[in-house]
Design a protein around this ligand. Sequence first.
Ligand code: MG
Length: 260
Amino acid sequence: MTRTYFLMAFIIAAIVAGCGPEQDTFLTNKVIAHRGAWKANDLPQNSIASLDRAIALGCMGSEFDVWMTADGVLILNHDAEYDSLEIEHSTYEQLLAVRLPNGERLPTVEEILRKGMSQNKTKLIMEIKPSSVSTERGQELAAKAVELVHQMGAQKWVDYITFDKHIGSKIIELDPEANVAYLMGDKTPQELKVEGYFGFDYNIRVLRENPNWIKEAHDLGLTVNSWTVNKEEDMEWLLENNVEFITTDEPELLLELIKN
Ligand code: MG
């Protein structure tokens, strides 16, 4: 009887495992390349090339910034404008004319997701930029981003970050399963927990001023990330405090520190 029970349980477990998602092979080394890994190799930030480099280095995550063009295409760039074209007031067609220094076009989110989904070691950390036009336009961008991630089946690859609380709450509303971290630094861990965030991603200065927030976050089951951490002493301090993620322009240095 017991043997039959175990045999049945084994068969059911095997079926469930067979039907479930592929084994999670994402890295867990805490290293998130800020705008990709660009600095050491002089690559453009927010490019396919800098994502490729972050993947090649073996970073657990590669961050990028997202804006929406006037005609609703989601593209990567850090600032509100590129090469004197304001992204929110330019069409995708107009933006196709400008090139990054390595010859790439400004990548679309679709292109970066496709690239990221070609592997399963490095996750994509998608920063949704606040709109300079209106709060509503920022939320529209957030909704389009979540829709695209779902259309492409990229949920497993993508964590979201944002400075804009309206964007954060929109993503959480549309996908309560999504990992969303808040960047602004003006909410306590308790507030973030209540609002459904996965964690915070605060400037290193904010964490140096509020070191107790790290433990408070962990006690609440929230993750801790910090930006943009380029100094070795800050990296060491965060590692001693067992943070989950460190966002840096110097992923090579942080990978070396973690290895030792
Ligand atoms: Mg960013």
